[in-house]
Design a protein around this ligand. Structure first.
Ligand SMILES: Cc1ncc(COP(=O)(O)O)c(C=O)c1O
Ligand SMILES: N[C@@H](CCOP(=O)(O)O)C(=O)O
Length: 521
């Protein structure tokens, strides 16, 4: 592409000129003015401006699009079979087709036209993405849609269903790092501080937006369905409710938390509580979605991972495009570990950074098919019967994205670790005692970190990011059980139960004096 081309985003009122030398990693002085232009352009759509024009942000985006249509935006994406040679296998599908599997029954992947994206240097993309953070411009106020060109480049902003998800806190876990791990550069990416309380929002905004588009195109999509351990169903039902699209969720009876169960109920989903486990629900939803006009929303559908990969890009952005040494992700159905790899790898391929972090996937020992496969030297994969775990959202024995996970780990020189119930609950309590309030799945990831620190694989100064996947408030019962010392065969070493005390001054004083005498000054 010639360097004189202009890239004009729908919501940007001024053109962003390409640097004269595309594909260079160095930011040129000229480029800095591009950044300023981008910032100025996006700030012209502030709510105050929008309101004064008598529009809402969606109307304003539409108006911008009509008066200033995008030019030379040749970005596109399609489905291709996952990890096959494009020379010998030319199979591909439009994203507007309803397809979840390749002809041979394998996984699909969303493939972007990388040559069109590569026409712009990494410095361009860094500045463009940075310019969109912290704004309410539709749809770029979302951490996912601020990377729209890399997610679903062809969807109209008008079809997007978004809760301005993403842009989640990257928390410096200073005290936890220093106190328990002798680390000074430990970070927790709080993906669970999100609209429905988990990272699933990142993928679901993409999937439901595409469904919205398909329905407008009169494609046969009556509603959207998923099997779930509680978080996918919460995200699906919220995004569908927001767009007025029916959602159907299959939940394993008595295996998800009350907080998770109530989410789809409140959002008006059709909820089936099925007497099986997650793997059984997954099997059923796959059969049902191949018979009925119900679109599959689990991460078998590769659209979801396009949204989830933006968390990786966001981490780089939050470190001002410096690459951390390690990223640790709890794994269940195993879509997310691949999504992280894909996000990091796209940034490398497109010149935003020059390497990717090493990835660690952490599993509960009670549901550890990936760990066993890794320990066998990737010899033979065997699904397992997942046993009950406090990390209930990853109680999965037959993960649909196993091939994606193995690919991500091999490409990133990755590691798989596991956590017993006691280890994950202790790690959760320790993290909470330093001011976090994490879910048990994050406890699994922290356990993996503790083990890798102990063995010296992760060093004291390694910059490490632990991905926190859900909000701790969804899992209060496990915390209540732990802090009440009410878990069979678990010492609950860090339990902090409340003290019952009589309602008189003397009793309260006695208890407080005892407490103060024991507390380190
Ligand atoms: C809270 C939470 N953490 C981690 C995971 C694991 O993600 P994945 O299934 O993509 O491996 C899930 C869902 O499976 C989840 O709900
Ligand atoms: N933890 C998930 C399990 C399903 O994963 P998905 O990413 O394939 O939808 C959930 O919350 O349901």
């Amino acid at each position: 592409m010639a360097s004189s081309h202009l890239l004009q985003s729908p919501n940007f009122s001024s053109n962003l000129k390409l640097p004269s030398k595309p594909n260079t990693l160095k930011a040129t002085p000229r480029f800095l003015s591009i950044k300023a232009a981008a910032a100025a352009a996006s700030s012209s759509n502030t709510p105050a401006n929008t309101a004064s024009k008598g529009n809402n942000i969606r109307d304003e985006a539409r108006r911008q699009y009509l008066t200033n249509p995008p030019q030379n935006q040749n970005f596109s994406a399609k489905y291709v079979p996952f990890n096959t040679d494009p020379v010998t296998n030319t199979e591909s599908y439009s994203l507007d087709e309803i397809v979840y599997r390749s002809q041979s029954g394998g996984l699909l992947d969303v493939q972007h036209d990388m040559s069109a994206l590569k026409a712009f240097p990494g410095s361009y993309w860094r500045a463009l993405f940075d310019s969109r953070v912290g704004k309410t411009t539709w749809p770029y106020g979302s951490g996912v849609w601020s990377k729209k060109e890399w997610v679903l480049p062809e969807i109209s902003s008008d079809d997007i269903v978004s809760a301005f998800e993403g842009n989640s806190n990257l928390f410096w876990a200073e005290r936890f790092g220093k106190q328990f791990l002798d680390m000074n550069d430990l970070w927790v990416k709080h993906c669970g501080i999100s609209h429905t309380g988990s990272f699933k929002d990142l993928g679901m905004t993409v999937l439901v937006s595409q469904v919205n588009r398909l329905r407008k195109m009169n494609k046969p999509v009556f509603g959207v369905g998923c099997a779930s351990t509680g978080d996918t169903s919460a995200a699906l039902s919220a995004y569908c409710a927001s767009a007025g699209i029916p959602s159907i969720v299959f939940l394993p009876a008595n295996k998800i938390s009350i907080a998770q169960l109530v989410q789809p109920i409140a959002n008006g989903a059709f909820v089936l509580s099925i007497d099986t486990d997650f793997d059984g629900c997954m099997q059923l939803i796959r059969e049902v979605t191949s018979e009925l006009p119900i679109y599959l929303a689990n991460s078998l559908n590769s659209l979801r991972l396009e949204g989830q990969k933006t968390a990786a890009i966001e981490i780089l952005q939050q470190f001002d495009w410096e690459v951390p040494d390690w990223v640790i992700v709890p794994g269940g159905n195993l879509g997310n570990i691949y999504a992280f790899y894909k996000g990091f790898n796209m940034c490398k391929e497109l010149g935003l950074v020059d390497k990717i972090p090493r990835l660690v996937c952490a599993q509960a020992a009670n549901a550890n098919p990936l760990y066993l496969y890794y320990k066998s030297g990737w010899d033979e994969f065997k699904a397992v019967k997942a046993n009950s775990t406090f990390a209930s959202a990853i109680q999965i024995g037959d993960p649909v994205s196993i091939d994606r996970a193995v690919y991500a780990l091999k490409q990133s020189n990755g590691i798989v670790e596991e956590a017993t119930e006691e280890e994950l609950m202790d790690a959760t309590a320790q993290a909470d005692s330093t001011g976090m309030f994490i879910c048990p799945h994050t406890g699994v990831a922290l356990t993996a970190l503790m083990k890798l620190r102990k063995s010296g694989v992760i060093g004291p100064t390694d910059r490490t990011v632990v991905v926190s996947t859900a909000h701790g408030l969804k899992f209060t019962q496990s915390k209540i059980d732990y802090h009440s010392n009410n878990i069979k065969e678990m010492a609950c070493r860090f339990a902090n139960p409340p003290v019952s005390v009589k309602a008189d001054f003397g009793s309260v004083m006695d208890v407080l004096k005892k407490y103060l005498s024991k507390t380190p000054k």
